[in-house]
Every structure is written in C-alpha cells, then in structure tokens.
Write a protein that binds this ligand. Structure first.
Ligand code: FMN
Length: 462
C-alpha cells in the first residue's frame, strides 16, 4: 500500500468523493472496501499525540469536513476529535471498541458504535449518553455493510434551501458589522443575525459564515461595531453584502470611540470589544462587550423572506388607508413574467391593474383579495410597492406587488413588460409607477415609493 507524506503527515488514500478517514484497523482492507464510494483515507499509525496528527493531516489535505471511522484504539481518537473540533467532523463510527469520554464535552455529530455481542451493553450505554448516538451489533463479517450504510446516510433529512427559507420567516432588522481589523484595513459585512444578549454585562452577538472573506479577520479582531441600518440605507446594505473590495471607499463612515468603523446615518450603533468567539457549525458567533453606543429616531430597516421591509412605507399605507380621502388598493402582479391587467369597467377598451376603490367607496386589501378570487387568480401580495396620492384624482393609492396564479384565464389580459399597452391605461400615475416597476424588475431590485402629499409626486424612500 503506497503511503504518501504531505506536509509531514503520512497517510494512504484511494477513491474519490466525500472524505472518510480510517484510524486504526487494517488500512488496505478499509481502502479497498470503501474507495468505490468515498475518498477513503487511512492515517498512518505513528508515535506521538494522535489527535494532533489527525488535525495536521486534515490541514495538510485541506479537508474541512470529514467522517471518521475509529477501529480499536483508533476509536478513542475519533471520538476525541469529534469533541475537540466539532465543525470538521461530520460523523463518527466506532468499531470494536467502546472508549471512555468526557461527559462534560458535548458531541453533537451522529455517532454509531458497532461491536460484537460481547460489548453490546457498553456500546448501548455510550450511545445513549450521546446526543445523536446509536449502537449496532454486527454479526461476523457484517461490519463493512453497516459502516457503508451509515457513511452514506444523508445527515439531515431536509433541504438546506428550505431551512434557510424557514429561518427567513423570522423578520429582523439589518446591520452592518465592521471591524478596524488587525492590519489597519477596515472590514465589514451585512448581517441580520444580530441579537442583544445581556444588559449586565452589556453583551450582544452576531454570527458570521465561515465562507465570508472577512471571517478570519473578525475571528481575531480585538473588537467590532454593529451598525443598525435605517430605512434609507438599503443601498449600503446591498453594498456590504457584496464581495466588493472597496466597500469602505463607497461608504461614509468614521472611527468609533473603540476604534471600529461607524456607518453614517445608521439608526443605532454599538462599538464593542471582543468578548467571546464561539465556533458553531458553518458560522462563528461573535460576542461583543458594548463599550459605547448611540441611537437616533430614524426608522430601522427591516428584512424578511429575502426582502427589505420599510416601516415608513408600511406606516404610509396605514395612514393612506385611514385618511379621509378615497383609497385605491391595487396590485402589480406577474404571471409567467407577464403583467396582469383587467378590463376597465369605466372605459371601452381601457385596461387597469387589479384594483379596488377607484369608483365608489374606498378599497381595502381584503376587497382586493375578493376581486382577485372572482377573476380566477390566486396571488401572494407579499410586498408593498408604492403609496402615493394621485394628483389627478386626489385618491390615496396603495399598490402591492406579487405573483399571480391563474386558475382561469377569465377576463385577464397578460402583457409583456416590453410591450405594455400604455395608451389603454387609466392615467399618468399608473403609467409612471409601471415604468418604474418594469425598470426595477430588469435589475431584480425593487425600491419602494411613498407619495409626497403636497406635490402629489412619487419619490423613492430608499
Ligand atoms: C440582509 C442580509 C443579511 C445577512 N446576514 C448575514 C449574517 O448574519 N451573517 C453572515 O455571515 N452573512 C450574512 N449575510 C451575507 C453577507 O453579508 C455576505 O456573505 C458578505 O459577502 C460577506 O462579506 P465578505 O465575504 O466580504 O466578508 C447577509 C446578507 C444580507 C443581504
């Protein structure tokens, strides 16, 4: 069996795929049995601290996440590795050995203890003390089959994108987390994982992904600042969520009392000393001790389900709906990338957006839903798009945007965004709103608009 030496770590390996590292046992047999399905690696048995050797081998092979299989005396090494560097160990199988473990250190990855009948009770006791432990008794010659099934198991039964969407249902604010860094180069990124933690002592925390370019700088920095963004700062949030190298050249900022960058115009800021850094899965948690802070009365920017939310706009909609003037509530809906329009009951050949309240009494969101249902549409009106006063009619207009499913084509007219029938629409206010919508959907970013009640014009609020 050829043994390679990389950066001082000796090992043998065979196969491709998810890495599985065997510690102890018959190296050649393991590699032959598992290299068809995995990148099977066997760590050479050398004098010295096995845990240090294991970590060095993973570093040398640039492996960030591995399944470990410990045979005999290698079982204790595999279990200790899961406790010592949990973010790198995906799962552990222990074969023909039931090692002792320190109950104070949690082991969170799945652990399978495979033994013969003789060690059944000990294996069951070890497995039951582990968060995700289980044991199995293998008949002679059946160990590899059990191992193969365990190594091929999906670690979570759900799709990570779905999990991300479910997490995204929790509405948050938006922050930019900054640090003066260790090299004098300021670094920063957009984060919504901010949480206040303690008043005495004053603590807060945020999470940063291990894939973030600035993660290592934050991990070692002596402190960081959290800037809570105001609703006028959507653009800077997008900037700091990017990988641009010149984030700080494009932003207005100053150094805070504790030295970390404070972004101009934020609704609040906290300049913090590093308190604790906790390794957690694919993120690290940065706990900060607040050294100085300030806040203004600017409306904070919100975020939910992958979209920005502007309190001011929501408030404008509430005000418009409760004002003395008549309220029109409508929707800019898309079906299969086309704009949904309806015949205008008041003008032959005229078209309107689905809307209620233009004639007669004020409209409401529930009436709009009723109209959509009558017209055979199922629509998600997730986001406000515009709130303004129509200067021609003095109506308060509230428009949502969303997707429509058409159950029946009915009276709906679907228009391509490049070919909107402008001359059939009711007024200039509708046309100018739709022109902005069409332009913004092209770049995939929607601003929100609220009306200037004095001028009757529509202006961007972000
Ligand atoms: C609204 C929003 C919230 C975000 N929250 C976080 C977060 O809490 N933690 C994180 O690591 N990344 C978060 N991101 C992604 C980072 O901002 C993004 O990965 C950024 O590129 C990291 O910068 P860097 O790679 O230059 O370090 C968020 C992005 C957006 C748009």
């Amino acid at each position: 069996m050829p043994t390679s030496s990389i950066g001082g770590s000796r090992h043998s390996e065979k196969g491709e795929g998810e890495p599985v590292l065997f510690i102890g046992g018959d190296a050649r047999a393991h590699l032959d049995a598992f290299s068809g399905q995995f990148r099977a690696i066997s760590m050479a048995d050398e004098p010295g601290d096995a845990l240090t050797q294991l970590r060095r081998l993973l570093d040398d092979l640039a492996i960030t996440s591995v399944s470990l299989v410990g045979h005999g005396s290698g079982a204790a090494v595999a279990l200790s590795a899961a406790a010592a560097f949990p973010h790198r160990v995906r799962r552990v199988a222990l074969v023909d050995a039931v090692p002792d473990r320190d109950p104070a250190t949690p082991i969170l990855c799945p652990v399978l203890v495979i033994t013969s009948e003789v060690q059944r009770a000990a294996a069951e006791a070890l497995a039951s003390g582990l968060q995700r432990g289980r044991s199995a008794v293998a008949a002679p010659g059946a160990t590899d089959a059990l191992l193969g099934t365990f190594l091929a198991e999906r670690l979570s039964s759900f799709d990570n994108r779905e999990l991300r969407s479910a997490f995204g249902s929790f509405m948050t604010g938006v922050t930019i987390v900054t640090t003066a860094g260790v090299d004098g180069q300021p670094r920063g990124f957009t984060a919504n994982s901010f949480t206040s933690v303690s008043l005495e002592p004053p603590l807060l925390m945020i999470c940063i992904g291990k894939q973030a370019a600035s993660m290592e700088v934050f991990r070692h920095a002596r402190g960081f600042a959290v800037n809570i963004l105001s609703e006028a700062q959507k653009e800077i949030s997008v900037l700091f969520a990017s990988k641009r190298a010149d984030k700080f050249e494009a932003a207005k900022w100053r150094a805070g009392p504790f030295g970390n960058p404070l972004i101009e115009g934020s609704a609040a800021w906290f300049d913090c000393a590093r308190y604790q850094v906790i390794d957690s899965g694919d993120h690290i948690i940065l706990m900060g001790h607040v050294e100085a802070f300030s806040y203004s009365d600017a409306n904070p920017l919100g975020y939910a389900r992958g979209h920005y939310i502007t309190l001011g706009l929501e408030q404008a909609a509430v005000n418009a709906a409760s004002s003395a003037s008549r309220t029109v509530v409508g929707a800019i809906l898309e079906n299969d990338n086309r704009l949904v329009l309806l015949p205008d009951p008041a003008r032959p050949n005229g078209l309107v957006l689905p809307e209620v309240g233009r004639h007669g009494h004020s409209g409401s969101a529930s009436q709009l839903h009723d109209l959509l249902a009558r017209e055979g549409m199922d629509a998600t009106l997730g986001f406000l798009f515009a709130v303004f006063e129509n200067p021609g009619t003095r109506e308060q207009c509230i428009y949502y945007r969303g997707e429509a499913l058409l159950h029946a084509r009915g009276r709906t007219v679907l228009a391509d965004f490049d070919d909107i029938p402008w001359d059939r629409l009711p007024d200039e206010a509708t046309c100018s709103m739709l022109r902005r919508y069409a332009a913004e959907r092209k770049i995939g970013r929607f601003k929100v608009y609220s009306g200037d009640h004095l001028q009757g014009t529509v202006k961007a609020v972000d």
